[in-house]
Design a protein around this ligand. Structure first.
Ligand SMILES: Nc1nc2c(ncn2[C@@H]2O[C@H](COP(=O)(O)OP(=O)(O)OP(=O)(O)O)[C@@H](O)[C@H]2O)c(=O)[nH]1
Ligand SMILES: [Mg+2]
Length: 442
């Protein structure tokens, strides 16, 4: 029931702070406000801030500033009130409870933004971006989110949607008015190049989206090598903490040890693995199986060699095993050897700058990716892929000379998927899934 007026504490109240904000939205917002707020006026205009007291009966609870927004010119599109109160935990909760006992109900996660979306204040990708911006804990993610907040996904998709619509319209005109000479009969040969061009642009968008996801979610990075070459020492050096156990005994690591680092151009989800080699030890063998599984999933492999020794067959097998992977080969224990390789490190001394430079260089284009509009989550990408599959069916039908009116359904489906990215076709359960990940009060 959208008409209900909702209330939430929109700021964090884990500790006392200077100011907190209690937010209400809905047609009764001003009625509720009037019951608990004493100011010089009770005839509130939109886009004004009012100074006064929050009252519990005749008891003054706090001295506050109240911002008033009138529908439809507000975040949610409804009447809204934001009470800026003192940031004490008691005072904040008390005002919140007064709102509840005077007619508002507690907002659910993301309910303000859900209303903004349902009232046409933003499309679904923008609503998702609101949450992304709140959750962003680094510069890149914040930048991505703020771009989508401005509607960049909609702008990216609009030309593709227009083109599908154009093709559909042309076909429908031909179906509906075959007798009109001036309509001009559109033929499969005229549509084919449009479809091909559409598919190319769609593919470009999907490829860019993969890079965007890497920027946003980080890269699964697995550190592999034979036993005792210094994999765990490297993990510790990268994380700048003693996370994994390091000993001179070969076969120290058995479980996967994980940690995240934020480098200049990329975030890595690091996994240190058990040294891969032939062994009869059952526990070590299980660890090695885990290493191999992690290797399969890896988006980046750091293969560690002992730079103080000659490469042996085990090293060569690992070079072979990882040759098709996005991989960086590093030579560790440089402090023990005069011999230099392409990338030399000394993990135990924290001397890993050559590796860091190489990683940043490999992901340099991430910064470029950030500057262009892109799809930026799995929901958007999977719908785009569905739109692409339908369009591929259209292409196939055209090649097989299927009558034009029969390809209409696939075109329609492609169009529907694009609209669904923007939330123009929405199902209640889908929306609940998206907005339940929000904070209350947003
Ligand atoms: N001199 C020197 N010794 C190192 C360096 N890095 C690691 N070591 C030593 O090499 C030994 C093995 O280090 P680990 O980090 O445990 O090696 P690992 O590859 O994780 O070994 P497993 O878990 O057994 O596969 C330890 O004695 C470390 O002190 C280095 O840069 N220089
Ligand atoms: Mg280890």
């Amino acid at each position: 029931m959208l008409e209900q007026t909702i209330v939430a504490i929109s700021t964090s109240i884990i500790t006392a702070s200077a100011i907190n904000i209690i937010r209400m939205s809905g047609s009764d917002s001003l009625i509720v406000l009037n019951k608990i707020f004493k100011a010089k006026t009770n005839d509130f205009e939109g886009y004004r801030i009012y100074h006064g007291n929050i009252m519990d009966g005749d008891k003054i609870i706090d001295d506050v500033l109240v911002s008033v927004f009138k529908a439809p010119h507000s975040y949610t599109g409804e009447d809204m009130v934001e009470i800026n109160c003192h940031g004490g935990i008691y005072v904040t909760r008390k005002i919140y409870e007064l709102c509840l006992s005077n007619g508002a109900r507690a907002a659910m996660e993301g309910e303000f933004t859900k209303r903004a979306f349902l009232n046409g204040k933003m499309d679904l990708t923008q609503a998702e971006a609101v949450n992304d911006l709140i959750m962003a804990d680094n510069k890149n993610n914040a930048f991505l989110a703020v771009n989508s907040l401005k509607g960049s996904v909609g702008q990216l998709l609009m030309p593709l949607m227009d083109d599908v619509m154009q093709i559909i319209a042309n076909i429908e005109v031909n179906i509906d008015y075959p007798e009109y000479d001036d309509v001009g009969i559109i033929t499969a040969n005229e549509i084919k190049p449009l479809v091909d061009d559409w598919l190319i642009r769609c593919q470009e968008i999907l490829e860019k989206a993969e890079s965007t996801l890497i920027v946003k979610e980080g890269v699964k990075t697995v550190i592999v090598g034979k036993p005792n070459v210094g994999k765990s020492s490297l993990l510790n050096a990268l994380l700048a903490e003693d996370k994994a156990i390091v000993t001179e005994i070969a076969g120290t690591t058995r479980d996967l040890v994980e940690g995240d680092i934020h480098l200049k151009n990329v975030t890595l989800h690091l996994i240190d693995t058990a040294g891969i080699h032939d062994t009869d030890n059952m526990i070590e063998q299980i660890g090695i199986e885990k290493s191999q599984e992690a290797l399969k999933q890896a988006q980046l492999v750091i293969l560690v060699m002992d730079g103080s020794k000659e490469l042996d067959n085990e090293d060569k097998e690992l070079l072979e095993l990882t040759k098709d992977k996005n991989r960086i080969v590093v030579y560790n224990k440089q402090d023990l050897s005069a011999k230099t390789h392409e990338i030399n490190i000394s993990a135990i001394n924290g001397d890993i700058s050559q590796l860091i430079d190489e990683i940043n260089m490999r992901f340099e284009t991430n910064q470029l990716v950030l500057e262009q509009p892109s799809l930026n989550n799995e929901r958007q990408i999977s719908l785009m892929k569905e739109a692409q599959s339908s369009m591929k069916l259209v292409k196939k039908s055209l090649e097989d000379n299927v009558p034009l009116d029969l390809i209409n359904e696939d075109l329609q489906n492609s169009y529907r998927c694009l609209k669904e990215i923007l939330g123009e076709y929405h199902r209640e359960d889908l929306l609940d899934g998206i907005f339940s990940r929000f904070c209350v009060g947003k």
